[in-house]
Design a protein around this ligand. Structure first.
Ligand SMILES: [Zn+2]
Ligand SMILES: [Zn+2]
Length: 248
């Protein structure tokens, strides 16, 4: 079994709220410096910069999983993670149909930039990305599951767009393999504060909007960096495992 230090919630300059330094080469070099060798790119309702980060990571020893931080109809943020660009393209096509056509106002929300693997400008994304799609959390779960991805509610403890803060409960008709907590709390404290989490596996990510947000506190012991292996680790099956070395 191999160890993978993971941060599965990383934004690029495509997310209007991310800093301008969130460019493919800088994301890769920062992860490398911190010994993080498994990341997922998860822009808000978008995926256009993933292949650029994958290209920038070639030869670095860092695996870049295609992902998205989807905002559901209920305003809940969910990490949707996949193995291949083909899967995320299929998912993106559906999300695009469910995203309202509102024009971004860069002066107010921030720029939404598509870049290449060097970090050079390719185009602006005109459509506002940080808004709710028309997908309910149940619909989104089914889509991700059918595509073979993994569906992890993001920063469940956070006031803004966290599942527990919005719904107040964990929906019992969705078999979540894990939930994500923010960097500001440990799994132990999260379970004390939210007893609803007691029966759930908990991972932690940096929700990286600037390079200093990388934390790499979740470690997977798996055979290879794939969704299948991550699922096994979260189920603690076949000798796969994970742990969270929270700083809090
Ligand atoms: Zn979020
Ligand atoms: Zn995020």
């Amino acid at each position: 079994m191999k160890k993978f230090r993971a941060d599965l919630h990383v934004h690029t300059v495509l997310s209007p709220c991310a800093e301008i330094e969130m460019l493919p080469p800088l994301i890769v070099s920062e992860a490398k410096v911190r010994g993080i060798n498994l990341i997922a790119i998860t822009d808000h309702n978008a995926s256009a910069n993933i292949s650029a980060v994958q290209k920038a990571a070639l030869g670095s020893g860092i695996t870049v999983l295609p992902g998205m931080e989807l905002q559901t109809k209920e305003e809940v943020h969910v990490l949707c993670l996949f193995d291949t660009i083909d899967q995320i393209i299929q998912f993106q096509n559906i999300v695009d149909q469910k995203l309202p056509s509102i024009k971004n106002r860069p002066d107010y929300f921030g720029e939404q930039l598509v870049v290449d693997d060097k970090g050079d400008f390719v185009r602006n994304e005109e459509r506002l990305l940080i808004t709710s799609t028309a997908l309910s959390i149940n619909e989104a779960y089914s889509l991700v599951d059918e595509l073979g991805g993994i569906f992890i509610p993001a920063h469940v403890n956070r006031k803004a767009n966290g599942l527990l803060e919005i719904l107040g409960f964990m929906p019992d008709d969705i078999p979540f393999l894990a939930v994500e907590i923010s960097r500001h709390i440990s799994p132990k404290h999260a379970k004390e504060e939210y007893p609803q989490l007691n029966t759930f596996e908990i991972i932690q990510n940096g929700d990286v909007h600037r390079l200093s947000d990388f934390i790499g506190t979740t470690i997977f012991e798996i055979e290879n960096p794939s969704i299948r292996e991550i699922k096994l680790a979260l189920r603690k099956e076949a000798n796969r495992s994970y742990n969270v070395n929270s700083i809090n």
